[in-house]
Design a protein around this ligand. Structure first.
Ligand code: ATP
Length: 307
């Protein structure tokens, strides 16, 4: 027994998902399909509806309309066995402070016994890098250690699908890098499907092979970080040093420009750098276009480079 029963089809299948709070439409027809395995990042400005979407997928929130299947089941009807297939790491929770780390993990692991073969607490502590803290009380952990414990609690039942809501908020760069390695290990080791929300574009680029951008109540862009970055601007910035002076040039054809530069410079060019638009550039451009009412232009620009 490894994973709890997973489905054969997509891990997540959503069509025409709608959510209205009072008279405010937050989701207005969201379509989404995620195949098992890999990391998908859900991005979007504050208030776009990321948490709402994730909560609907987790079965914590009833939707206003549309069709949703998570591990083949409508979350509204998801029973305990279905829930055991999900791992959930919420934005922040501060319970269980007096528990010792290993004891808390063992305790949580027992809940999964009817459905799955949970991680052994010590093996999991090793995986998340908390072996040295095993006998400490939870309230004495640092922020980064606490977050790693949150992840351990989220994955102890070997979920087929893991939701991470802004997992590295408040991490220092070292803790962030360790966390990213942990996420890679999870997908490599267990084939876990991961859906994460983040405001950190750099993190999305490092972790996810697929990026979804939510704005105006639906997904306005969907593709790899690389393709998304290229959608924003085809212009590259080229920097180099020549005769001891920094030179900067913007061009649509970086390869051709560099070829010509090197062919004609007589060997004096050094420190050559080609800078393409980053995912952050692409994201900000897309969302700005969207908010300026140029939704279709923004989406079309993205489609051009992804199809
Ligand atoms: N229970 C609720 N009742 C009424 N409105 C809500 C409720 N929950 C969320 N909203 C509203 O729905 C919109 C989307 O909120 P949500 O938290 O899903 O966005 P988000 O994309 O996760 O935002 P953030 O990036 O700030 O976390 C916001 O305008 C929010 O005020």
């Amino acid at each position: 027994m490894g994973h709890p029963p997973a489905c054969d089809g997509p891990a997540i299948a959503v069509s025409d998902l709608r959510m209205r709070y009072g008279d405010k439409d937050v989701l207005t027809g969201l379509d989404l399909e995620i195949e098992p395995g890999g990391v998908t990042a859900l991005l979007g400005p504050n208030g776009a509806g990321k948490t709402t979407t994730i909560e609907i997928l987790e079965g914590f929130r009833a939707r206003s309309g549309g069709d949703v299947r998570v591990l083949g089941v409508d979350p509204v009807n998801g029973g305990e066995a279905w829930r055991a297939g999900l791992g959930i790491v919420l934005q922040e929770w501060r319970d269980n402070g007096k528990w010792k780390v290993r004891d808390l993990l063992r305790h949580f692991g027992e809940y999964y016994l009817p459905y799955a073969d949970p991680w052994d607490a010590d093996a999991l502590l090793d995986l998340v890098g908390l072996t040295a803290q095993a006998s400490q009380r939870v309230q004495t952990l640092s922020g980064g250690q606490r977050r790693r414990l949150d992840v351990a609690l989220g994955i102890i039942g070997r979920p087929a699908l893991l939701f991470l809501d802004e997992p590295t908020t408040g991490f220092d760069p070292h803790a962030r890098r360790e966390f990213h390695e942990l996420i890679h290990r999870l997908t490599d080791l267990d084939g876990t499907t991961i859906l994460l929300t983040t405001h950190d574009l750099d993190e999305a680029e490092k972790l996810a092979e697929r990026i979804l951008i939510l704005a105006g109540g639906r997904i306005i862009a969907d593709g790899s970080p690389d393709k998304l970055a290229r959608s924003a601007a085809t212009t590259a910035e080229i920097k180099w040093i020549q005769d001891g002076r920094l030179q900067i040039h913007a061009t649509d054809d970086a390869t051709d420009f560099v070829r010509q530069l090197l062919a004609t410079d007589g060997g004096t060019v050094t420190d050559l750098e080609v800078h393409r638009a980053s995912l952050e550039d692409a994201y900000l451009t897309l969302v700005a276009k969207f908010e300026a009412g140029e939704a279709e232009t923004a989406v079309d620009a993205f489609k051009e480079v992804t199809t």
